[in-house]
Design a binder for this molecule. Structure first.
Ligand code: ATP
Ligand code: ZN
Length: 619
């Protein structure tokens, strides 16, 4: 049996055809992307474009199986394409070594795909693809993994929640006093060593101090903050001895003895907390010489150093880093060292310093491996998790091409579920009514960007009445491009500039909100440069899309979803036939266990939500 006939047996002729003729964009060729591209070419997808901006790194090879040692430093997109073609030479793959945010990837370009699959690792790029898919009205399958957890779900304009419908968690910050005075967890000591101490000793402490911590200005902390400022000043003086034999002891005495004694003298602070115990340089130096079992590489990295080992490593790494800094300053006095988790000296220093501090505060010490993952905010990437999620993405893609988009489920891979199996399915939510990203109308605007000023755009398009072909908004509008403010009633500096002078080229999206209308989610104008648009009213532009706000009732949304499914089915059928005709409905062959994600069993998940459960069965 050929691969083709296997696919037909599994999918049925109809779906197989739709898959083969669909055009798919995959964004990101990393952990999920490599698995996904391999799956796509093996499961019958033929027309695939891949975009990735990065080159292959040694650290990718443990899980990105399309890449091998000889590919290091080469483009991920190009190598992924070449390796995937070996699995199926009949596939037609186009690779782009580029940022998906580049202007060549315009809304028009996105419209050329039936499906977009995200395999990204950052919020910014995900947000961008989300917006482009909404503007182009192309279904997007979003996916992600963290360690053993993962998820995949479909985003479709007007049908499901978009990526930005729910706010995303931002990285945690810690109050300055927890870090500087009252740590209670290993991470507090690691942040102290990496963000405070490292910068104080080797960096631009004055500038960075402000940024490294969340500022606390309450009165009760004022006194403490003042004391901390004094400590910082003292350390600056000690730094003058950098490079001398006494330097290591001077730094140690200050940060692990003197500063701690001063903290202890603030008795109120320790009424309800375990007080710290200072460490003494001479005492530690007199203890038996450590057997330094801890090599910096390999499994030994996972052994937790004892106090003496931390002490030795602290003094040693401090010397190494100080020597580097002094050398760098010979070239240029403004040179500094910046913490990097992949810099062995920096990691030795942060591991030793944070563990000494943990010892003082009676907090558990951590291995160099753990400190590195915490200091670098690293959650290990697991190849199996990526593989499971990439598999689910293909299942979701089948459903979409089979005209069952509205029946797709948000699928989570969890470590523990109440039922057998590790996957938890949840119904898609409807778009959030107030989402500024997906509840905004997207309107294409063809206009000459070289000759149109922002003011003429305002006069002829934005505030012009709908009868004359404009948007009919009031004079009080705010115009943004991404986060960039271009215009509002109090800021008209850009009014006389042309669009191209404002870098508003093809594919850029202008978000325009009418400040006179309460809760206006505004419109997105998707720019397309055109020189020869002639208009009835003499202006030179052309709008395409819903120029009047749509009124959407909850019921009608449900109805839209069903129609959407039908439309998708027809679309896929047309694509399969390569012409406009619609064949007699034929989905029965696809109705076998392999792609049937529907299962009416429900359960309550850890967060108390009712969820559908899909149990993976062996047959
Ligand atoms: N704006 C973007 N345009 C194109 N590709 C992007 C963009 N942002 C991220 N990517 C790509 O998405 C992929 C995500 O893959 P993954 O999560 O495995 O990260 P990685 O960089 O390969 O690994 P790690 O970060 O763990 O070292 C990467 O290959 C990255 O280059
Ligand atoms: Zn949304």
């Amino acid at each position: 049996m050929s691969r083709e006939s296997n696919n037909i047996a599994v999918l049925g002729q109809t779906l197989h055809q739709r898959v083969a003729s669909s055009r798919v964009l995959m964004v990101g060729a990393g952990g999920i992307g490599c698995e996904l591209l391999k799956n796509l070419v093996l499961s019958g997808f033929k027309n695939i474009e891949v975009v990735d901006l990065d080159t292959i790194d040694l650290s990718n090879l443990n899980r990105q199986f399309l890449f091998q040692k000889q590919h290091i430093k080469k483009s991920k997109a190009h190598v992924a394409k070449e390796s995937a073609l070996k699995f199926n030479p009949a596939a037609n793959i186009t690779s782009h070594h580029a940022n998906i945010k580049d202007k060549e990837f315009s809304v028009e370009w996105f419209k050329g795909f039936d499906l977009v699959l995200n395999a990204l690792d950052n919020l910014d790029a995900r947000r961008h693809v989300n917006m482009m898919c909404l503007a182009a009205d192309v279904p997007l399958i979003e996916s992600g993994t963290t360690g053993y957890l993962g998820q995949a779900y479909v985003i479709k304009k007007d049908v499901t929640e978009c990526f930005d419908c729910t706010p995303k968690v931002t990285p945690t910050t810690y109050p300055v006093c927890t870090i500087r005075s009252t740590p209670s967890a290993p991470i507090h000591c690691i942040v102290w060593a990496k963000s405070y101490l490292f910068n104080q000793l080797f960096g631009n402490s004055e500038e960075e101090e402000e940024e490294a911590y969340q500022k606390e200005t309450s009165d009760e902390n004022a006194q403490e903050i003042e004391a901390l400022a004094r400590e910082t000043e003292e350390l600056r003086k000690i730094k003058e001895a950098m490079g001398s034999d006494e330097y290591g002891k001077a730094v140690f005495d200050k940060i692990f003895t003197g500063d701690i004694q001063r903290l202890l003298s603030m008795e109120d602070m320790w009424k309800n907390r375990t007080p710290p115990t200072p460490l003494y340089y001479d005492e530690l130096a007199a203890t038996m010489q450590a057997q330094m079992t801890s090599d910096v590489n390999g499994l030994k990295d996972q052994h937790t150093w004892n106090v003496r080992e931390c002490f030795d490593m602290f003094v040693d790494s401090l010397t190494r880093l100080s020597t580097r800094l002094l050398d760098a300053k010979k070239d240029n006095p403004t040179n500094i060292l910046v913490f990097d988790k992949d810099d062995n000296d920096a990691m030795d220093f942060v591991t030793a310093a944070s563990n000494l501090r943990s010892t003082i505060f009676k907090i558990e010490r951590k291995s160099r491996f753990d400190v590195k993952s915490m200091a670098g905010n690293i959650i290990p990437a697991i190849a199996t998790t990526n593989a499971v999620i990439a598999g689910i993405v293909v299942m979701q893609a089948y459903k979409i091409l089979n005209g069952q988009l509205s029946q797709t489920k948000r699928t989570y891979l969890k470590q523990v579920t109440r039922r057998p199996g590790l996957l938890v399915l949840e119904a898609n939510s409807e778009p959030q009514a107030d989402c500024a990203v997906c509840r905004t109308r997207n309107i294409g605007l063809k206009i000459d960007i070289h000759h149109t000023t922002l003011q003429s755009l305002l006069n002829n398009v934005v505030t012009a009445s709908t009868e004359t072909g404009g948007l009919g908004m009031s004079e009080e509008v705010t115009i943004l491009e991404g986060d960039r403010l271009l215009y509002d009633i109090e800021f008209d500096d850009n009014a006389e500039k042309t669009l191209d002078a404002l870098a508003l080229e093809d594919g850029k999206i202008l978000n325009i909100k009418d400040d006179e209308v309460d809760d206006d989610t505004g419109v997105n104008l998707v720019l397309q440069h055109a020189t020869s648009v002639t208009l009835k009213n003499g202006a030179s532009f052309e709008l395409s899309g819903p120029t009047r706000p749509a009124i959407m009732e909850p019921e009608s949304l449900g109805k839209r979803k069903r129609e959407e499914g039908d439309e998708m089915a027809n679309h896929a059928k047309r694509a399969a036939l390569g012409n406009g005709s619609v064949p007699a409905a034929s989905t029965s062959q696809a109705d076998n266990g392999v792609i049937d994600l529907d299962d009416d069993e429900t359960a309550i998940d850890e967060d108390g939500r009712t969820v559908k459960v899909w149990v993976l069965e062996d047959d």
